[in-house]
Design a protein around this ligand. Structure first.
Ligand code: HEC
Ligand code: HEC
Ligand code: HEC
Ligand code: HEC
Ligand code: HEC
Ligand code: HEC
Ligand code: HEC
Ligand code: HEC
Ligand code: HEC
Ligand code: HEC
Length: 309
C-alpha cells in the first residue's frame, strides 16, 4: 500500500470518528433495534409483537425495520443510560409537542385513506394529537386501537354533545335497536378530518350526509317543500332535541316560524285560541294544532302541492 493511500485511509477513519462523537454530542441517538428493548420491557415487547403494528408492515416503507423505535425514536442513548422515564426516548406525554408526536404516526399513515385530510381537520388545528384518541399498547377497543369505545371517547371532551344525546329524541347512539347497530359518532364524522371542513362530516353537505341513511327524503318529488332540499337543519337537530323527531321546535310553532298568513291564517292554531276546548268544540277548527294531520307528507309529495296525506 502506498503511503499516500494509507494517509487518506487514516484521514477517513479519523473524520468518521469525529463525526460519530460529534453526533452524540449534539444529542442524536442511534437505532439499536427492538430486541434491545425486550431486555427491560418484556411485557410491552410481547404484547406489541401480537398487535397489528407488530405484525403488519407497509411494504417498502423505510421506517418498517425500526420496530419500537419507529414511534419512540432512536433508543441507543436510552439503553446506554440504563433506561429511565423520559430519558432520551419519546414517551408521548402532553409535554411533548403534538406535531412531534403526530409526525411519528404520519410517517406511515399520512397517505392512508381516512387520515389524508388530517392537516385541515379541526382536531389538528385545536392541538389534539393521534395519541389522545388512539393507544398503541393499551387500547380498550382493539378495532381501530381506540383509547375508549365510542361515544365515551368523544364525550370525554365533548360534554355538550353528551347532554344533547340525553334528550328525549336523539339518533340511536347509545342504544342498539332491533335489527340494526347503534350509530357511532364516526358514522357521520371522521375525526381525522374530511374534505368538508365544516364539522368534519363524511359528506359534501349536511343534506348529502342525511340522504346516506334517509334516502327516501331526497325524492324526487313533483312538489318540493323548499326548505327540505336546502337544509334539513332548518327543522331538525342532529344530536338531540326535547321535541319529537328531533325537531328544532314543536309543531305548529315550527311551521309558523315561516308561514304566518296563508289561506288559513296561522293564528287560530296558537295555544291561546286552539287549546280552549276539546277538538269537537268548533273553536278548535283544525284538529288542534296538528298541521301534520293534513300536511302529512311534509318532506315533499308527488300527489299534492300542499303535501296533504
Ligand atoms: C437497560 C434497560 C432498558 C432498556 C434496554 C430499554 N429501556 Fe426503556 N426504560 C427503562 C426504564 C428503567 C424505564 C423507566 C420505567 C419507569 O419509570 O417505569 C424506561 C422507560 C421507557 C419509556 C417511558 C415509559 C415509562 O414508563 O417511563 C419508554 C417509552 C421506553 N423506555 C422505551 C424503550 C425502548 C423503545 C427501548 C428500546 C430502544 C427501551 N426502552 C430500552 C429501561 C430500559
Ligand atoms: C412503521 C409504520 C407505522 C407507524 C410509525 C404507525 N403505524 Fe399505525 N399502522 C401501520 C400499519 C402497517 C397498519 C396496518 C394497516 C392495515 O391493516 O391496513 C397500521 C394500523 C393502524 C391502525 C388501525 C388498526 C386497525 O385495527 O385497523 C391505527 C388506528 C393506527 N395504525 C394508528 C397509529 C398511530 C396512532 C400511530 C402513532 C402513534 C401509528 N399508527 C404509527 C403502520 C404504522
Ligand atoms: C379525536 C379522536 C381521534 C384523533 C385525534 C385521531 N383519530 Fe384516528 N380514529 C379515530 C376513530 C374514532 C377511528 C375509528 C372510526 C373511523 O374510522 O372514523 C379512527 C380510525 C383510525 C384509523 C383506521 C381507519 C381506517 O381508515 O382504516 C387510523 C389508521 C387512524 N385512525 C390513524 C390516526 C392518526 C395517524 C391520527 C393522527 C394523525 C389519528 N388517527 C387521530 C379517532 C381519532
Ligand atoms: C406505532 C407506534 C409505537 C410503537 C411501534 C411502539 N410504541 Fe410504545 N408507545 C406508543 C405510544 C403512542 C405510547 C403512549 C401510550 C399508548 O398510547 O399506549 C407508548 C407508550 C409506551 C410505554 C409506556 C410509556 C408511559 O408513559 O407509560 C413503553 C414502556 C413503551 N411504549 C415501550 C414500547 C416498546 C418496548 C415497543 C416495541 C416492542 C414499543 N413501545 C413500540 C407508541 C408506540
Ligand atoms: C382530547 C379531546 C377530544 C377528543 C377525545 C375528541 N375531541 Fe372533537 N374536538 C376537540 C377540540 C378541542 C375541538 C375543537 C374545539 C371545538 O370545536 O370544540 C374538537 C372539535 C370537534 C369537531 C368540530 C367542531 C366544529 O365546530 O367544527 C367535531 C365534529 C368533533 N370534534 C368530533 C369528535 C368526535 C366524533 C370524537 C370522538 C371520535 C371527538 N371529537 C373526540 C377535542 C376532542
Ligand atoms: C347522524 C349524523 C351525526 C352523528 C351520529 C353525530 N353527528 Fe355530530 N354533527 C353532525 C352534523 C351534520 C354536524 C354539523 C352541523 C352544522 O353544519 O352546523 C355535526 C356537528 C358536530 C359538532 C360541532 C357543532 C356542535 O354542535 O358543537 C360536534 C362537536 C359534533 N358534531 C360531535 C359529535 C359527537 C361527539 C358525536 C357522537 C356522540 C356526533 N357528533 C354524532 C352529524 C352527526
Ligand atoms: C349513518 C346513518 C344516519 C345518518 C347519516 C343520519 N341518520 Fe337520521 N336516523 C338514523 C337511524 C338509524 C335512525 C333511527 C330511526 C330509524 O331509522 O328507525 C334515525 C332517525 C332520525 C330521525 C327520527 C328521530 C326520532 O326521534 O324518531 C330524524 C328526524 C333523523 N334521523 C334526521 C336525520 C338528519 C336531519 C340527518 C342529517 C343531518 C340524519 N338523520 C342523518 C340514521 C342516520
Ligand atoms: C320544513 C321542516 C322540515 C325539514 C326542512 C325537514 N324535515 Fe324531517 N320532519 C319534519 C317534521 C315536521 C317531521 C315529523 C313528521 C311526523 O311526525 O309525522 C319530520 C320527520 C322526519 C323523520 C322521521 C320520520 C320519518 O318521516 O321518517 C326523518 C328521518 C326526517 N324527518 C328526515 C329529514 C331529512 C333527512 C331532511 C332533509 C333532507 C328533513 N327531514 C328536512 C320537518 C322537516
Ligand atoms: C324554514 C321555513 C319553513 C318551515 C319551517 C316550513 N315551511 Fe312550509 N314552505 C316554506 C317555503 C319557502 C314554501 C314555498 C312556498 C312559499 O313561498 O310560501 C313552503 C311551502 C309550504 C306549503 C305549500 C304551499 C304552497 O304555497 O305551495 C305547505 C302546505 C307548507 N309549506 C306547510 C308547512 C308546514 C305544515 C310546516 C311545518 C311542519 C312548514 N311548512 C314549515 C318554508 C317553510
Ligand atoms: C284540517 C286540515 C288542515 C290543517 C290542520 C292545516 N292545513 Fe294548511 N291547508 C289545508 C288545505 C286543504 C290547504 C289548501 C288550501 C286551499 O286549497 O285553499 C292548505 C294550505 C296551506 C298552505 C298553503 C296555502 C296558503 O295558505 O298559502 C300553507 C302554507 C298551510 N296550509 C300551512 C298550514 C299550517 C302551518 C298549519 C298548522 C298551523 C296548517 N296548514 C294546518 C289543510 C289544513
Amino acid at each position: 500500500m502506498s503511503r499516500r493511500v494509507s494517509f487518506f485511509l487514516c484521514l477517513f477513519i479519523v473524520l468518521g470518528l469525529v463525526s460519530i462523537t460529534h453526533n452524540s454530542v449534539r444529542g442524536d441517538s442511534e437505532y439499536v433495534g427492538s430486541e434491545a428493548c425486550k431486555d427491560c420491557h418484556e411485557a410491552y415487547y410481547n404484547k406489541f409483537a401480537k398487535s397489528i403494528h407488530g405484525k403488519k408492515a407497509i411494504p417498502g416503507a423505510p421506517i418498517n425495520r425500526d420496530g419500537c423505535e419507529s414511534c419512540h425514536g432512536p433508543g441507543a442513548q436510552h439503553v446506554e443510560k440504563g433506561g429511565g422515564r423520559g430519558i432520551a426516548i419519546l414517551i408521548f406525554n402532553r409535554k411533548e409537542n403534538p406535531n412531534t408526536r403526530d409526525s411519528k404516526c404520519l410517517a406511515c399513515h399520512e397517505n392512508m385513506r381516512g387520515v389524508a385530510n388530517w392537516n385541515i381537520s379541526r382536531h389538528k388545528t385545536a392541538g389534539i394529537s393521534c395519541d389522545m384518541c388512539h393507544s398503541i399498547h393499551m387500547a380498550k377497543e382493539q378495532k381501530d386501537l381506540l383509547k375508549e369505545m365510542e361515544p365515551a371517547l368523544c364525550f370525554g371532551c365533548h360534554k355538550n354533545i353528551r347532554a344533547q344525546t340525553n334528550k328525549q329524541s336523539h339518533h340511536p347512539m347509545k342504544e342498539a335497536f332491533v335489527g340494526r347497530q347503534a350509530l357511532k359518532c364516526s358514522s357521520c364524522h371522521n375525526s381525522m378530518g374530511t374534505s368538508n371542513i365544516k364539522a368534519m362530516i363524511k359528506a359534501d353537505s349536511v343534506n348529502d350526509l342525511c340522504y346516506n341513511c334517509h334516502a327516501e327524503k331526497r325524492g324526487p318529488y313533483a312538489f318540493e317543500h323548499p326548505p327540505v332540499p336546502e337544509n334539513c337543519l332548518f327543522c331538525h337537530e342532529i344530536h338531540g332535541s326535547n321535541h319529537a323527531k328531533l325537531l328544532v321546535r314543536r309543531v305548529p310553532f315550527l311551521c309558523q316560524s315561516c308561514h304566518n298568513a296563508g289561506r288559513h291564517p296561522g293564528t287560530p292554531y296558537t295555544n291561546l285560541h286552539s287549546s280552549g276546548g276539546p277538538a269537537t268544540s268548533g273553536k278548535n277548527r283544525f284538529f288542534g294544532r296538528g298541521c301534520l294531520n293534513c300536511h302529512g307528507n311534509i318532506h315533499g309529495s308527488s300527489l299534492s302541492e300542499f303535501f296533504a296525506r
